[in-house]
Every structure is written in C-alpha cells, then in structure tokens.
Design a protein around this ligand. Structure first.
Ligand SMILES: Cc1cc2nc3c(=O)[nH]c(=O)nc-3n(C[C@H](O)[C@H](O)[C@H](O)COP(=O)(O)O)c2cc1C
Length: 400
C-alpha cells in the first residue's frame, strides 16, 4: 500500500450511511487502521440496518456514534466532540440522501449534524443505483459539494446490487483508500488557471441510425479534467459520448461531431490558459448525411468521406498566451512522427501514445506515454494509472 499517514493528522471519522455497499466499509476502516490512522465511526439508522455497529466497534476499539446513544454514556456534546476531533471526514458509502442533506446544510440526525459541525476536509464516496446517480438533482447536489471544496470520488461502473451492470457502484476499499490519501496530499497549484480539455470520440452521422466513430473511452481526458479541477483549476471539458461519469467541479459541454467540437473549442479558446486536446477527433465526415435510413438493395454502398479540418493545427496558428497540448496515437516511427506534429502544429507539448500496444491507451485504465516538447528531450512516463499520467502532464505544463 502506497499511502502513509501524516503523523500530525491521523484522526479519521468515517460517516457510514444506508447503502447496500456498507459491508465494504469494514475493510476500508481496516486499511486506515493498518496504515496507522485512528478511526472513529458514525452510522445513520439506515446504515445500521445493513451492518451491525458491533463490527466497527471491534475494529476501531471505540463506540460507534449514532442517533440513539444516551448522551451521558458519551462526551458531553457527542456530535461536536467527533467534529472537533476529526482531521479527515469520510462519508462512505454516501447515499443520495446524505449528499442531498450535505449540499443543503441539513442537520437532522447525528451524521448530518456532525458533518455540518466539522471543519475537517470532507471526502464523499457516493454509491447508489445508476438512475439515482444520474438524476439531475443528484448531479446538482454533487456539483454543489465539489464547489464547496468537498472531495467527491466518482463512482465505479460494474455489477450493481440490482443485478445488472451500471454506473454508481462504490469503488473497492483499496482504491478508495489510495484516492483519499492522494487527495489529502494534493497541491492547489492550478488555482486561478483556466483549463480547456477535449475528450472521448467524435461521432459522424451517416443516416438517422448509423454513424462513424472510434474506440476512445475518454478516460485520459476525464482524468486530466478531474485532476486539474482537484488542483484548483477552472476546468471546461468538451466531451464526445462516453460511458464515464462527469468529473466533479468541472463544466462539461457535450458534443457529437468534429464540427461541433471545433465550434465549441474555438468559442472557448481565448479565455483559457491550458488547452489540452485529448479527444479522438474523426479525420473524416460523410459528405451528405442521408435524411432517411439508407436501405439495402443487395449492392455494395460507397460512402463519400470528406476530410475534417485539423482543429489542433488551427489552434496552433491562432494561439497567443495558451499552452497548447496535442495527443497523438501512433503505431510506428513514434518519435519521428511525433516531433513532426509538434512542430507543424505549433504545440507546446505532444503526448504520444503507442496504440500498437493493447495493454495501454484506448479503453485501458493505464497508459504509458512520451511527452514531446520543443527544444527538450522526450520524457517517457512509464506505465501508470491515467490519473498519475494526468498529474505528470499538468506538472510539466506548469513549468513550461
Ligand atoms: C436494500 C436497500 C438498499 C439501498 N441501497 C442504497 C444505496 O446503495 N444508495 C443510496 O443512496 N440509497 C440506498 N437505499 C436507500 C437509502 O437506504 C435511503 O435513502 C435511506 O433513507 C438513507 O438514509 P441515510 O442517508 O440516513 O443513511 C437503499 C435502501 C434499501 C432498502
């Protein structure tokens, strides 16, 4: 396990609310205890219907805070005592209900009252059914938390308790632990910097039901957006369709075609400082989009494909103060082709992906890239998570 505790700040309060993922939080408590943190637990009434507080009492060697304890058994004002004791407050799993309460400052039980009373850094780990997560009101509440400086971990995609795959699942305890430790140590060195990022594939329509697209998952661009926002930047993400949850505290603009993307990027370009073009933009569009579904007639069909403009090169021509970053996917002569693009498109950095490898890049959670910059030796960023690669790219941009 990579993260280690900061000895002066080792008080972790876990606020456990009533989601099906409560059973995983015992493991998370153990990870913090093993790493040397002192852990205390508060549970909502709903959470206690999923797991008996005894589990946490034994693990933490401390009573569990809840609504029903007689005050005389505890500290004089227990919610304030826990609030003041805490260095890190972790809401896990965070129900849609507690997120709604926190974003509105409600305090109608022990957990929400102590959360309102604490000055400690708060971390929220949402876990819920996909439809609950995607509700506009939930997304609005999550955004409000992020704007209030609360760190919200994007939920994972996978098998939900409802018996199907979906978005909203609580990440595994080890991933939550690593994320919290990393966020807790995160610098705010992009404060006040405006960052524009493009991500995901583009979609070029053929007829009302068919289209051309590519395999980009959007993960690299989304990681860049989330990490930049967490480091204090004002981030706008222009995204083609992806299966990913929107990053928190980021303005997201959805697009479909390369033309849409070009319009949105060009309208935002002037007011941004870092412009990172991570989207996999289609090189072609169909000359004439059919109004009606094209019928088969037993014969072959030829599509007339027209080249799309090179949006990145266009930005390179008009850039003033911006630090402009391109991504390139190559399968051969990586450095030669990369350096050519860097120069021809007037970029400040080119992030070079070797897409001949299946273990990294498109659709994978990890990446290994080379950063090319004018007048500098190429920098290899060895295989790592896309979050860590994103942070390295941002570090390099800052010192340009
Ligand atoms: C079996 C079951 C599973 C539930 N799982 C979740 C969940 O994963 N996420 C969620 O937000 N709410 C879930 N709920 C709904 C919450 O328990 C309910 O909104 C409750 O009022 C939350 O209270 P709390 O936020 O005070 O813990 C579930 C309810 C039931 C009965």
């Amino acid at each position: 396990m990579k993260g280690t505790k900061n000895v002066s700040k080792n008080h972790v309060a876990m606020y456990i609310t009533g989601g099906i993922a409560v059973y995983k939080t015992a493991q998370l408590a153990r990870l913090f205890i093993k790493a040397g943190f002192e852990v205390r637990v508060a549970m909502t009434s709903a959470a206690q219907k999923f797991v008996n507080p005894k589990t946490f009492e034994v693990l933490t060697n401390h009573h569990v805070y809840n609504d029903f304890q007689a005050t005389e058994e505890l500290e004089f004002v227990p919610h304030i005592a826990l609030a003041d004791w805490t260095d890190m407050a972790i809401v896990v799993p965070a129900t849609a209900n507690v997120i709604a309460k926190m974003s509105n400052g409600l305090a109608d039980d022990f957990v929400s009252t102590a959360l309102l009373a604490t000055k400690a850094q708060k971390f929220v780990i949402p876990a819920m059914n996909e439809n609950m997560w995607q509700q506009v009101v939930t997304q609005r509440n999550v955004q409000a938390l992020a704007e209030d400086g609360i760190k919200v971990m994007p939920p994972a995609t996978g098998f939900l308790a409802e018996g199907y795959n979906g978005h909203g699942r609580m990440p595994e305890p080890d991933d939550i632990y690593q994320w919290i430790v990393a966020k807790n140590e995160q610098k705010q060195d992009l404060n006040g910097i405006n960052v524009l990022i493009t991500a995901g594939p583009t979609v070029e329509e053929i007829d009302p039901v068919r289209y051309l697209t590519n395999r980009s998952s959007g993960k690299m661009g989304y990681s860049l957006a989330q990490e930049a926002a967490d480091r204090g930047a004002n981030v706008t993400l222009i995204s083609g369709p992806t299966k990913l949850a929107h990053p928190t505290n980021v303005t997201v603009i959805d697009i479909m075609s390369a033309k849409d993307l070009q319009q949105k990027v060009e309208s935002k370009f002037a007011q941004n400082d870092f412009v990172i073009m991570a989207a996999a933009v289609s090189d072609f569009h169909v000359k004439t989009i059919a109004d009606q579904k094209i019928k088969k007639n037993g014969k072959n069909l030829q599509l007339d494909l027209v080249a799309n403009p090179d949006i990145l090169a266009g930005l390179g021509r008009i850039k003033v103060h911006q630090r402009l970053v391109g991504f390139a996917a190559e399968t051969q002569n990586l450095l030669e082709n990369g350096n050519k693009k860097l120069k021809e498109k007037n970029l400040d950095m080119l992030v070079l992906n070797d897409v001949s490898r299946s273990d990294i890049g498109f659709n994978s959670s990890e990446n290994e890239v080379r950063l090319l910059q004018p007048e500098k030796e190429p920098k290899l960023l060895k295989k790592n998570t896309k979050e860590n690669i994103a942070n390295e790219i941002l570090d390099q941009l800052l010192i340009l």
